[in-house]
Ligand binder design. Structure first.
Ligand code: SF4
Length: 115
């Protein structure tokens, strides 16, 4: 296993604590407490979607200080899966797509994972 694969497996493992939290609850938490949702007071999702491919540094800067990155990441993996784009959960989309199969292998989640 490469160091990068080990990193992704570790992140997938870390998300297991949210396994049985319903997606509707995750959505409520992220919308209520997510840093980017405070910054955009209209309650709309952030705009870092579909322009240029975000990199790790941008994702890290964008989400720095957010109290709910794990909830955000878990929700995005459940709802968008491999089609995820932009910055969510302090990760760029390329990293989330690489994470997705490792996350799927962790097993069942509340509501079932997207396939
Ligand atoms: S982790 Fe990033 S994208 Fe997700 S709610 Fe927090 S600031 Fe927004």
């Amino acid at each position: 296993m490469t160091p990068e694969e080990r990193r992704l497996v570790g992140i997938a493992w870390q998300l297991d604590r949210l396994r049985w939290v319903p997606s509707s609850v995750l959505d409520e938490i992220v919308r209520r407490d997510g840093l980017c949702f405070w910054a955009y007071c209209d309650g709309e999702p952030p705009g870092l979607v579909g322009v240029d491919t975000p990199d790790r540094e941008l994702a890290s800067r964008f989400c720095a200080g957010c109290p709910v990155p794990d909830e955000c990441l878990e929700l995005e993996l459940r709802t968008a899966g491999e089609e995820t784009v932009g910055v969510w959960g302090a990760m760029p989309d390329e990293d989330r797509r690489a994470l997705y199969p490792h996350w799927l292998r962790r097993g069942e989640r509340a509501g079932g994972p997207r396939r």
